[in-house]
Design a protein around this ligand. Structure first.
Ligand code: NAP
Length: 340
């Protein structure tokens, strides 16, 4: 697969979001199935794997590390050939009691143990904690880089002013914000800033939690206790119906390019930004390969521009759930998006 740079870290042009093997999209597969799926992705050319300390069934504290441990087993023989990204939360109490750097290091050490490795390639702060100055986090991450415990660091779900402050202290390798054809707010300022400053853009939920594949319908059942889709306003029945014109547009290009809708949505963002590396998530072996195969669906400049023009004319109904901060709850996604 084509390689791209996020900061100075080289990765496959499409990475793999591993969350679904442990949390977020209903019933999880068996551990052996998940391990095989990850290994199949590697064999296909994927070298970039995304996880987090909290990914575990129902994100219950006793299940933290579930996803990291699966990755450890799947990638143990190829550790040096892959880039592993994981994330930490920074609770105020802990940081105020033992210190910010010490908290970062304590969480990292637990992830290293779960991942059965002695370094993490990319370590993200999962959510901004407004009680803790981002400059102090950046400084702590810089120390971890100097100690060789992490190769680079990143931020997730962040606005541009925070990115700017952090990047000045310890240069960032990547920003992991939500981005897809129906959630494009990073195009305003975050993505241009990242392009200008050599920071990788790693979109999460790039297929809009499955919607852009066309396989999520008003009949899809989100009732499992660990299915985040029930909280996503864009996936309310009325919005699934109202957003069908986007799927019609994807279907037109899918036919033209002999690809799937999910692949077109990924090919679109790969064309748009040179430093973008989406991490689609799937717990299904065939869909994982389908999504990774999008790197090979090349849109010409003209095709991209026509697609983009048509997309810009289609209104998007509902929102994904606005930027959360440390301690935020998925239930909050149902609140109306604050106006700018
Ligand atoms: N930083 C953060 O705060 C944050 C938040 C959320 C996620 N993430 C990361 O980003 C990764 C991706 O995000 P995501 O999983 O939320 O969203 P996503 O990739 O947009 O969508 C995942 C959903 O779409 C379905 N899907 C994926 N590819 C498909 C295809 N080709 N055809 C049909 N359905 C398809 C999956 O179902 P199946 O499993 O049934 O295929 C799953 O239900 C996660 O795995 C995680 O690593 C990070």
């Amino acid at each position: 697969m084509e390689k791209r740079k996020i900061g100075n870290i080289e990765v496959s042009a499409i990475g793999m979001g591993c969350m679904g093997f442990s949390h977020g999209y209903g019933e999880i597969p068996t551990e052996s199935y998940s391990i095989e799926a990850i290994q199949k992705a590697f064999d296909f050319g994927c070298t970039f794997f995304d996880t987090a300390e909290t990914y575990g069934p129902n994100v219950l504290p006793e299940n933290y590390g579930h996803n990291e441990k699966i990755l450890a087993k799947a990638l143990k023989d190829v550790r040096k050939d892959v880039v592993i990204a994981t994330k930490l939360h920074l609770p105020t109490d802990e940081a105020k009691t033992i210190g910010i750097y010490e908290t970062l290091k304590r969480h990292l050490e637990k992830s290293l143990e779960n991942l059965q490795t002695d370094y993490v390639d990319l370590y993200y702060l999962h959510r901004i904690n407004p009680d803790i100055p981002i400059e102090d986090v950046a400084e702590g991450m810089g120390k971890l880089i100097n100690e060789g415990l992490i190769k680079g660091w990143g931020l997730s779900q962040v606005p541009v002013d925070i990115i700017e402050k952090a990047h000045k202290i310890t240069p960032l390798s990547a920003i992991q914000n939500i981005y897809s054809m129906i959630e494009r707010s990073i195009e305003d300022d975050v993505a241009p800033y990242c392009v200008k400053n050599n920071i990788g853009i790693v979109p999460f939920s790039p297929i809009a939690s499955g919607f852009l594949s066309g396989k999520v319908t008003t009949q899809t059942d989100f009732s499992h206790s660990d299915d985040v889709r029930k909280f996503i306003p864009q996936l309310r029945k009325e919005n699934i119906e109202a957003n069908q014109p986007i799927l019609d547009l994807l279907a037109e290009y899918a036919e033209k390019k002999n690809a799937t809708k999910a692949q077109i949505s990924l090919a679109w963002m790969l064309h748009k930004y040179p430093n973008i590396v989406p991490i689609p998530g799937s717990k299904n072996k065939e869909r994982i390969i389908e999504n990774l195969g999008a790197w090979n669906v090349i849109l010409s400049d003209e095709e991209f521009e026509n697609l983009e023009k048509a997309l810009n004319l289609i209104p998007v109904h509902g929102f994904r759930g606005h930027v959360e901060i440390e301690g935020g709850k998925m239930e909050d996604w149902n609140r109306e998006k604050p106006k700018k």
